[in-house]
Structures are given as C-alpha cells and as structure tokens.
Design a protein around this ligand. Structure first.
Ligand code: FAD
Length: 281
C-alpha cells in the first residue's frame, strides 16, 4: 500500500520539532517502525512528517543524581547493549533484546514505542513496573509523567499533539525481570509481565508488577503486588501471586493470537516466571 501524500521536515533542534508540531498537522517520525506501516495502511495520514531521528537532545544514556536517564531517541539495540543499563537495570536491556528482530531493534526507539503504546509492546510493562518517569516537552514547557498514568488505552497516552517525549528516568534496579509469551512472527507480547521486587534478606518488602499484551494497554497488578508484600518468596507465596494476577486480570483481549481464557491463564504463568527470575538475581 502507498501512503497519502505528505511533506517531510527534518527538525534540527527539539524546539524546532515542537514548533513544527504546533504549526502543522504533523507527526513525529523516530524509527518509523510503527508509524510507516500505519501510513501505508492509511490508518494514519499526517500532512507532515517531522523527522526527529537525529536530534541530539533525544540521544544518550547517562546516570544523573543516582537515576538512569535514557534519551527517547535511543534505539532498542542501544538499550540492549548499554553497559550502564546492563549493570544498573538489566531487566530493561533484557526487555529490549526481546523486541522484534535485529532490523526493528536497530531502527525502533524507546520514545516511539512509548508514544505509540501498542497493546502488545514490551517496554510499557517494564516502565510501569519500574515506576519510570517520562520527561516531556511541548509548547507549554516541560512536564513529567509517571508511566502508570501515561498509558491510558489502546494507542492512547497522556501526550498532547505538540508534545515530545525527551527522556525516560528510572532508578537502578536489581531484582527485576521480564517474562513474555511472544507472537512467533513479530515477537510482540501476547502476554508480558515485568516483576520488580524490593527484597530484604529473602523477604519481599514490596513488589511492582507490570502487565502488557493482555489488554488494551499496560497496567500494574495491585492485587498480586499486595499478595507478595511482607512475605518470604516461597513457592506457595509465588503461586498465590500468580493465581491472584490471573484471577484479577481485567480488560483481557481476545484475538487471532489468543483467546481471553488463554490470556488469563498465561497471565498467571508469566507472572510466576517473572517473579521467580527477579527473585533469583
Ligand atoms: C516487524 C516488527 C516487529 C515488531 N516487534 C515488536 C516487539 O516484539 N515488541 C515491541 O515492543 N515492539 C515491536 N515492534 C514495534 C517497534 O518496537 C517500534 O520500533 C516501536 O513501536 C515504535 O518506535 P519507532 O521509533 O519506530 O516509532 P515511530 O514509528 O517513528 O513512531 C511511532 C509513534 O510515536 C510517535 N513518536 C515517536 N517518537 C516520539 C517522541 N520522542 N515523543 C512523542 N511521540 C513520538 C510518532 O509520531 C508515532 O505516532 C515491531 C515492529 C515491527 C515493524
């Protein structure tokens, strides 16, 4: 399929990208791996493509005030291979390594994936479980958004038309893991669970569990999180958490990849795997 006609503008600076967003009916182009297919199917028909792939303000992975800051223009491959992320938040590098194939990982970006909010995307589960903060700039200036409030519905996020995700901030995390059932062809998550545990001598002080793929958008699983709090992570406790996650999963999708019942069962299976892997680190 061929997209409708559009203008192409390459922004030289972040502020120019924001001005172009305000002045045109444009869309940002980062890796293009989600937007271009939509344009070819004519599900998206922007009048202008505003290329932000080379913006220096969106690049880089660094540590600042003890937090890890990742530019929104960082490719999945760069996340996967970053020494800092591998050492300080290995779950994120592992998640990036699970996305698509090498071509997708070399072009697709963190910010593009978050803004697009595909129901089956991988990063959102990790972002909500790590309680990530997104730094966003628009014509009204800067603001920060928490991941758990950012993903609102299928392909719907807390982002105004003139706003750009500039960077993502996460705290270093050791006891965290991502486990997913992937769709064989695309590698998108049919069900993906990220577990981030606050462990103290084998006792789980608190847990954050993020779920993707199962419903319209990434969510936390508060009931299962509560079942882990203050407990030693025995097989029985993990079993209860997995069942609680499965029983309380709502808004489950049913499509050609998996029925609602199958997804519910897999929420339990992959919650268990994510918790076990996180605890074993
Ligand atoms: C074959 C294939 C397999 C894939 N498999 C997986 C998979 O297994 N798991 C997975 O999670 N994903 C998968 N993807 C999606 C891939 O990760 C995309 O790269 C990602 O969803 C979008 O990132 P992008 O940089 O390509 O964004 P683009 O396609 O350029 O943009 C997507 C949307 O985000 C907006 N946008 C981009 N950057 C910003 C920003 N900084 N601020 C605000 N808005 C912005 C754009 O305007 C657009 O609306 C797959 C894609 C393909 C083609």
């Amino acid at each position: 399929m061929i997209p409708t006609e559009f203008d192409y503008r390459r922004a030289a600076t972040l502020d120019e990208a924001i001005s172009l967003l305000s002045e045109t009916d444009g869309k940002l182009l980062a890796g293009g791996h989600s937007l271009i297919p939509l344009m070819k199917l004519r599900l998206s028909e922007p009048g202008t493509l505003i290329d932000i792939a080379r913006l220096p303000e969106l690049k880089g992975i660094a540590q600042s005030d003890g937090m890890i800051e990742i530019g929104a223009g960082t490719t999945h491959h760069e996340v996967e291979t970053s020494q800092l992320i591998r050492e300080q938040a290995p779950v994120l590098a592992e998640c990036a390594a699970e996305i698509g194939d090498p071509q997708v990982r070399h072009r697709g970006t963190l910010g593009g994936s978050l803004a697009h909010s595909d129901p089956a995307a991988d990063y959102p589960a990790v972002m909500v479980a790590l309680d990530a903060e997104f730094h966003i700039k628009g014509s009204g200036g800067w603001r920060a958004a928490r991941a758990s409030e950012f993903f609102q519905d299928m392909f719907t996020v807390d982002l105004a038309p003139d706003e750009v995700i500039v960077k993502v901030r996460i705290a270093p995390v050791k006891y965290a893991a991502y486990a997913k059932l992937h769709q064989r062809a695309s590698h998108y998550a049919i069900v993906g669970v990220c577990a981030a545990l606050d462990l103290d001598g084998g006792v789980c002080r608190s847990a954050r569990l993020g779920l993707t793929g199962a419903g319209s958008h990434a969510v936390r699983m508060p009931e299962a999180e509560a079942s882990l709090a203050g407990k030693s992570l025995t097989a029985d406790v993990i079993d209860v958490a997995a069942r609680t996650a499965s029983d309380n999963a709502s808004d489950l999708s049913s499509d050609l990849h998996a029925s609602e019942d199958y997804r519910r069962a897999m929420v339990g299976v992959f919650t268990r795997r994510a918790i076990e892997k996180a605890a074993s680190r």
